[in-house]
Design a protein around this ligand. Structure first.
Ligand code: PXL
Length: 284
């Protein structure tokens, strides 16, 4: 069984970050150890959320794991609670990364052209340091613009998306950047990735549901990591992630008001198993 560590927050209410990663990865048959970056009462779109920063815990946990000779197949990072945590997370990589440990970074910090509420304009520079250590990064269009210092384009065409992917690869020295939330026609939504070594691009999309649902980026990232851990190529993992994110959103289509609490992806988990079994045969 593959074992990964995920470094992101625990939002106690409102499905996102670890409360999404843990069930999705468990369903995919991947063990997920955790290093929580903070404990929040809710995700930061709720008013008056509380936040307890856990920066001081990150390195002691990593040191302890290192002393136990822990081997990790991947380290997957998401939401960080403060710019200072970027440096700490890079040090945790140094302690925990083996020669074959894949580093996947979702620079969860912004959406729809704006940084998430608590972050200041210096945050993207710090997050860029974490991205520089990654094999795969999974920004949305807003995060990619902030990471490359380019203007945010809400609806870029194919040439603009390819240009942004190349900039991410060059600027952050990442071999496999992925852009999420890509839409070339109003009724389709998906992702595109680039391979800086071969120069190849890959695009995949599926039906677009015209509404905003919180936490879908975390469902997408966790599924991508799970797909990679099941031995899929990045392209195959992205197809699975697009399809499972859509299946999760479908679970909310009759209750759009509840999307504050995250999409009801729990109801789609059996479908995720079917998607895996369609390619791999019975899982157990
Ligand atoms: O879904 C990304 C995310 C993760 N964690 C927290 C958040 C958000 C997005 O707003 O607020 C705490």
């Amino acid at each position: 069984m593959k074992r990964i560590a995920s470094i992101q927050d625990i939002s106690c209410l409102g499905r996102c970050s670890l409360t999404v990663a843990l069930p999705v990865l468990a369903t995919m048959g991947v063990e997920c150890a955790i290093i929580p970056t903070a404990v929040l009462s809710t995700h930061t779109m709720f008013p008056d959320f509380t936040c307890h920063d856990l920066t001081e815990e990150i390195l002691p946990i990593a040191h302890h794991w290192q002393s136990q000779q822990l081997q990790l197949d991947a380290i997957y990072t998401g939401y960080l609670a403060s710019p200072q945590q970027a440096e700490t997370v890079c040090r945790a990589f140094d302690l925990l990364k083996g020669p074959d440990t894949l580093i996947v970074v979702d620079p969860a910090m912004a959406d729809h052209g704006k940084l998430y509420p608590p972050f200041r304009p210096d945050f993207p520079l710090e997050m860029a340091k974490v991205c520089r250590r990654a094999d795969v990064i999974l920004p949305n269009l807003t995060e990619a613009a902030l990471l490359t210092g380019t203007p945010y384009l809400p609806e870029p065409n194919e040439a603009q998306v390819k240009d942004l992917l190349k900039r991410l690869a060059d600027h952050l020295q990442v071999r496999r950047p992925v852009l999420t939330g890509i839409s070339f026609t109003p009724d389709r939504l998906g992702a595109m990735c680039y391979d800086a070594q071969t120069g190849d691009f890959f695009h995949y999309d599926n039906q677009r549901i015209p509404a905003h649902f919180h936490g879908t980026g975390d469902i997408f990232s966790a599924t991508t990591v799970g797909g990679l851990m099941r031995g899929r190529s990045l392209e195959e993992a992205l197809m699975l992630a697009v399809d499972f994110t859509l299946a999760s959103i479908h679970c909310n289509r009759n209750a759009p008001a509840s999307s504050w609490y995250g999409v009801e992806f729990e109801r789609a988990l059996p479908q995720l198993i079917h998607m895996l079994e369609a390619q791999e045969g019975p899982l157990c």
